[in-house]
Write a protein that binds this ligand. Structure first.
Ligand SMILES: *Cc1c(COP(=O)(O)O)cnc(C)c1O
Length: 295
């Protein structure tokens, strides 16, 4: 199996006329390129949890997610690479036609345990797992202090310029929390992909004790988590045509759309230099019907 390759990370400068006209530089940090499955921020968030599990001599990682979860398939792959067993607690009843994400997780050796949506809400472990002492539990999406610490190492890459803004998408806010820790002067802009998740700010503060606060943008959820609109999908296709960079409709598509819109609305002063994190997640596009995206 392919290993994680941090050498593949690149910083791609966008040559988009609309950005140049406003004297803006926009670079994309391509952490999506480190691995085809454990792509992007999920590996960075997982790295210190896996290290701790190994230190504690736990042989099995247990975590939570939905049928199309980037975190589930990334955990399955990362565990395989680290010779750990993995168990995914999956939200909802098992479907007769499992998602490609779950099929792949299973192929990577993950055992899947399906629980009802109600039981999932409380994140309670199924009885069969409760008394096992070989298990190390990672919360949904890798949310937690170790996740943020891992995400902070994203910025060991790609900070060649004096960026004025570092932009990312946020689900649990773990990556945003990690990026905040960096001593650079840049403002952190975080685009929430959930609808009206105003708790996000507190969730982030809970992970980092930092004076710096992110600017959290709540206006580009396109209907909510994993929801999309024709405008979003056609933007993603257009963005790919212009830049050659594929995005996913759950996270990075919304991030790039937001940046594009903020630029049109003159949010950024002339001379600003933006670094946007391409946090991966392309596998999730498999839930769209074929032909929706041109990449
Ligand atoms: C999970 C994920 C995020 C969100 O990260 P959080 O740390 O949960 O905020 C962003 N982008 C992609 C591609 C992801 O898979």
């Amino acid at each position: 199996m392919q290993t994680i390759d941090l050498e593949k990370i690149s910083t791609d400068n966008l040559s988009v006329p609309a950005y140049k006209e406003k004297n803006l530089e926009v670079d994309i940090l391509r952490i999506d390129k480190i691995h085809p499955v454990v792509s992007g921020n999920k590996w960075f968030k997982l790295r210190y949890y896996l290290e701790e599990a190994q230190q504690q001599k736990k042989s099995t990682i247990v975590t939570f997610g939905g049928a199309w979860s980037n975190h589930i398939v990334a955990t399955a792959a990362a565990c395989r690479l680290n010779n750990l067993s993995s168990i995914g607690i999956i939200r909802g009843e098992e479907s007769e036609t499992p998602s490609s994400t779950l099929l792949e997780a299973r192929q990577l050796g993950m055992q899947l345990v399906f629980i009802s949506r109600d039981a999932y809400k409380s994140k309670e472990l199924p009885a069969s797992l409760r008394n096992r002492d070989d298990c190390y539990i990672i919360s949904e999406g890798g949310y937690g202090i170790k996740g943020a610490k891992g995400a902070a190492t994203i910025l060991d890459h790609g900070l060649e310029k004096n960026y004025t803004h570092i932009c990312c998408a946020a689900g649990t806010g773990t990556m945003t929390a990690g990026l905040l820790v960096h001593p650079s002067q840049a403002d952190t802009i975080s685009v929430s992909v959930l609808k009206n998740n105003f708790q996000l700010e507190d969730d982030i503060r809970h992970l980092v004790n930092n004076k710096k606060k992110p600017v959290i943008i709540h206006d580009y959820h396109f209907g909510g988590y994993a929801k999309h609109t024709p405008a979003l999908l056609s933007f993603m296709n257009e963005f790919y045509k212009q830049t050659g960079i594929p995005s996913d409709f759950v996270y990075t598509g919304k991030l790039f759309f937001t940046i594009n819109d903020l630029v049109s609305n003159n949010y950024f002063k002339s001379g600003s230099k933006l670094l946007a994190i391409h946090s991966g997640g392309l596998q999730g596009n498999r839930s769209l019907s074929k032909g929706t995206l041109i990449f």
